[in-house]
Design a protein around this ligand. Sequence first.
Ligand SMILES: C[S@@+](CC[C@H](N)C(=O)[O-])C[C@H]1O[C@@H](n2cnc3c(N)ncnc32)[C@H](O)[C@@H]1O
Length: 307
Amino acid sequence: MTLYKNKNKKMHRNPHTNNVHTPVMLAEVIEYVEPLKAERYLDVTAGYGGHAEAILGRSENYEQSVLIDRDASAIKELMHKFGGRGIQILHQDYLSASLSLLKQGRSFDIIVADLGVSSPHLNEVSRGFSFTKDAPLDMRMDQQQQLTAWDIVNKSSEEQLADVLRNYGEEPRYRQIAKLIVKNRPISSTTELAALAQKAWGRHSRTHPATRTFQAIRIAVNDELTQLGQALPVWLRLLAPKGRLAIISFHSLEDRVVKQFFASESGDRYDSILTVLTKHPVAPGPHEIANNPRSRSAKLRVAVKQK
Ligand SMILES: C[S@@+](CC[C@H](N)C(=O)[O-])C[C@H]1O[C@@H](n2cnc3c(N)ncnc32)[C@H](O)[C@@H]1O
């Protein structure tokens, strides 16, 4: 813990380094969501405001729209971009923020969730999201959160680590990696952790051997799948009739949760609430992937509320 606290000071020195984020599948989101003048917009992962800017530029309804992000640097940028126009900007996780909005009786015509991390998260070395750069084990999206990757890596039992690696990373060598972690603790940096995944795989992995381990720990630190699973029904209730819900996911676990939720709320049943507009998930084209390689795993699903 001490280690992360010391390094954390460093992290705040320049929170705006590399704060450039290119919105993924922006044209496709606009095409499916078709924002109309005066529509109310809720962006639950507003980040650096790329999707928000394009949608609000069309709807022009700032007063009844809300932007959410759990990251302080993103909030600063959103304030800078949209502050003073009457829009509500919430520095909160999207589950608790969405529940509060529901309690207030709010409703929205467009909801966008562009899940996962932003480019600044990955580029800001000290935040510990990247296994290619040496940094403390942090991986928190919300810098105020107590739990860090250091805690999970150094305090979990071998069995708990194996579960995280298997369930959130779909890591086939979850047992070996968990064993290596426990044997080599304390582990203080991203490169130390990456080296253990590398050791478990030798030269046999097609992708970088640490990819799945880092995904798993990151999902655990930020409780990402629980947030998503519990927020989806809340977003459905926040959606006005004819409202559109667009979700961009970046790995198969997230996409599965969205796909299953859309399937469970749509169809020909008398009580179906959603019509799914994307029969198959929409993926970025080769041009976008070439310009923004981080978009390569993105999948967009969009549904409209019937009643
Ligand atoms: C891919 S970025 C969004 C980028 C944004 N669409 C844009 O155009 O700039 C994802 C953002 O969602 C935020 N985020 C992820 N999970 C969250 C959660 N559960 N609650 C609130 N914000 C979350 C991250 O902090 C990050 O800024």
